[in-house]
Design a protein around this ligand. Structure first.
Ligand code: ADP
Length: 174
């Protein structure tokens, strides 16, 4: 099972939909958490009890090709981290109708490589795709190739802080 992870708003759900339409079995992390009774409702939000989930999870309980979600790297040996330039990511997040606070929080997480750093700590095999300027179909093509072991896309080539330069102030709260 390959985990598709990345900052909220980066495009995981869109890629998952493309992969499903191509016949792959893709689960959301919340479905797996629910199976183990590790999903709590908190108003509109659903919170995963990650510690309990990691303890209870066994890959043998599921026959899925992919698991997607911004915490999915915690339960997989292999993962792909989707990335997006903050300028484009802001547009994707605005398209979802998120509050400024939620946008700012998640943009910061993307800029400091938050999910990538976590993934490198917990997964044995980590890949990274820059989705900037790519359609969900093009991203899904690459994810499929990683899944089949046809390509390896090791992380390390992305530096949003350097790319933003002076524009960093627009993206990081003081
Ligand atoms: P996530 O599941 O990571 O939170 P979504 O798949 O919901 O992200 O995508 C966030 C928004 O960005 C959606 O409005 C989606 O239509 C748009 N989007 C997703 N992937 C792309 C892409 N490759 N190019 C442009 N827009 C995208």
């Amino acid at each position: 099972m390959l985990a598709i992870t990345g900052t909220p708003g980066v495009g995981k759900t869109s890629v998952a939909e493309v992969l499903r339409s191509r016949g792959y079995r893709v689960l959301h992390l919340n479905e797996i958490a629910e199976h183990y009774d590790c999903l709590e409702e908190d108003g509109e939000e659903k919170l995963v009890d990650l510690e309990a989930l990691v303890e209870r999870f066994s890959e043998d309980d599921f026959s899925a090709d992919f698991v997607e979600g911004h915490l999915s790297h915690h339960i997989a040996r292999r993962c792909v981290v989707l990335r997006c330039n903050p300028v484009e990511l802001r547009r994707r997040m605005e398209g979802k109708g998120w509050s400024e606070e939620k946008i700012a929080e998640n943009l910061e997480a993307e800029i400091i490589d938050y999910i990538l750093v976590e993934a490198l700590e917990v997964c044995e095999e980590v890949h990274e795709i820059d989705t900037t300027g790519k359609t969900p179909e093009e991203v899904a093509d690459l994810v499929e190739k990683i899944f089949r072991g046809e390509v390896s896309l090791p992380p390390g080539g992305i530096d949003w802080i350097a790319e933003l330069g002076d524009r960093i102030d627009e993206f990081v709260r003081r």
